[in-house]
Design a protein around this ligand. Sequence first.
Ligand code: 1CP
Length: 354
Amino acid sequence: RREPSQQQTRRSAAHDSAFLRACRREPVPHTPVWFMRQAGRSLPEYRKVREGIPMLDSCMRPELVTEITLQPVRRHGVDAAIFFSDIVVPLKAIGIDLDIKPGVGPVVAEPFRTRADLARLRPLTPEDVPYVTEAVGMLTAELGTTPLIGFAGAPFTLASYLIEGGPSRSYERTKAMIYGDPELWADLVGRLAGITSGFLKVQIEAGASAVQLFDSWAGALAPADYRQFVMPASAKVFDAVAPYGVPRIHFGVGTGELLGLMGEAGADVVGVDWRVPLDEAARRVGPGKALQGNLDPAVLFAPREAVEAKTREVLDAARGLEGHVFNLGHGVMPATDPGALTHLVQYVHEQSRR
Ligand code: 1CP
């Protein structure tokens, strides 16, 4: 085997967890639950430990990363932890001048515009992110049988931040490059695929049990353009981590028309937002893949009975699936009552117990 035995041992502690079983489409004692952005501003204990520490700095402190990653596991009893980091951390680690601005998101000092900018993207090595290896090691030791999900941003979504210089609604500069200079675009997402693969490998080698590739903004593209300009780079990432044999999850927002292609790119589990019911999503994705989702995160602001009714709708739509991991259709909103999340975990477990 290519990896040290300690990581292998830690990963196997989680092997029979409901989460990993559902990802592998095996029978489960209950439907596993975790939430995108489960660590974060919805938790007072998160706000407390983050006080005065900029977002990117916090991602580089292994003890803090470990504490923040464990907080939602302790509080909610979710079935998986997700590594606390951000999709732009590997870009920062190879020297791109960027910051995460509170209330805004990632902001890139000098946006990518020309072929000359490609030289700013060198491959990522484990030495670039020693704090990730350290934090994943500490986490898997603490988590025991609870699996740790590693993650990275997909080439399209990362490219959109690099080209637009920050969050965008319409991706006009990104699309201008895709359609205006397809060769430059292909080279850009090719390099990003290498960086993303490197970042996922670091997390898996350190002990992560599954990985999620976030192509959050891929829903901005029509299927034909997704297939031509995005899918090859994402497929390269999935192929690069395939030898490890850990489940690979693929998620984006507003990707109803892309679900089949996102599975085809090489995912074992396809994440679905709330716009497509899971039974319909399963038809679009086809056999041989598990699904993850898909309660609208805004539903958590409704009274408990309404949350329960909407949760039963999700579970009912998932009844015939080969594998189902319960999640929200996108990240937990910062103003969400943490009590509503704890109750949701209990409710899904109780309603799905076999
Ligand atoms: O100071 C803060 O608390 C800033 C808020 C914050 C947090 C908590 C940001 C800025 N990133 C994070 C952590 C983070 N980012 C996690 C933590 C693990 C968990 O889920 O518990 C994860 C998985 C991410 C991944 C991420 N970052 C994505 C993909 C997921 C998604 O939401 O679609 C994206 C698109 C980003 C970029 C980003 N980073 C931060 C923000 C506010 C954004 C989005 C900006 C935008 O709208 O474009």
